[in-house]
Design a protein around this ligand. Structure first.
Ligand code: ATP
Length: 215
């Protein structure tokens, strides 16, 4: 079963990793079932949304019983491709890139940063947290020969579009863009954009103008 076959709405799909992480912890602690109210409290998503999300997976909670934790887990594992490790490349081993190389993504997701690329000769040839740093000059050929599917972009804004074009040429299908650049890429390439400075500013704005959070 995968997302193509079931067609889960995008907003629901975005919440899957959140549900998956919580349910995995429940399962480890030996819990067999969970109510939508418990889930709602833990993941901070209202329970009507959770019930609707879960109905897309064919998981219908029973009144007074809740949801079967193992059924949901095995569904999420398949849908999120947790049985396969997704290989990731990181481009730009600056402060942010270095932090990501040290971060243990595999702990919660089956993703692993396999290789990093940088332009700085002082960094090329070294390793950070066991990940080799290769020269940006060979990125297209190297990625074409690899089974890397996803790239994390942590280069300066001015280089972002040029590198993203190379990533597309190399066959990368998804980019997690941490630069402020708005990338222009073919429609089939999935780009998720995380601008930490904008997120922080938006948090502060919402704290000032909408101080209470309604679930
Ligand atoms: P950060 O933005 O992560 O805090 P920083 O301030 O340490 O990083 P930046 O100037 O933003 O450094 O560069 C991030 C990294 O991207 C550096 O390691 C730099 O060598 C690398 N870099 C810069 N241009 C390119 C490029 N065209 N291709 C690949 N790597 C690049």
């Amino acid at each position: 079963m995968n997302q193509e076959q079931i067609k889960i709405p995008q907003a629901t799909a975005k919440r899957l990793p959140l549900y998956y992480r919580f349910l995995k912890n429940l399962s480890i602690s030996g819990k067999q079932r969970v109510s939508s109210a418990e889930l709602s409290e833990a993941v901070k998503v209202d329970s009507a949304t959770i019930r609707r999300d879960f109905s897309y997976f064919g998981a219908l909670g029973k009144k007074g019983y809740g949801y079967n934790v193992n059924y949901l887990l095995s569904f999420f594992r398949k849908t999120l491709n947790q049985d396969e490790v997704t290989k990731v490349a990181l481009i730009g081993v600056g402060n942010l890139g270095t932090a990501f190389l040290h971060y243990n993504f595999i702990k919660n997701n089956n993703t692993v940063i396999q290789v990093a690329f940088d332009v700085d000769p002082a960094k090329v040839g070294k390793e950070v947290a066991g990940v080799p740093i290769h020269s940006i000059d060979n990125i297209v050929a190297e990625l074409q020969e690899s089974d890397v599917e996803v790239a994390i972009l942590t280069v300066p804004v001015g280089s972002a579009q040029f590198i993203a074009d190379q990533l597309v040429q190399a066959g990368i299908k998804g980019i997690l863009n941490f630069t402020p650049a708005r990338l222009t890429l073919p429609a089939e390439i999935r780009v998720h954009h995380i601008d930490l400075a904008v997120e922080l500013q938006s948090l502060i704005y919402f704290m000032k103008h909408y101080p209470s959070v309604d679930l």
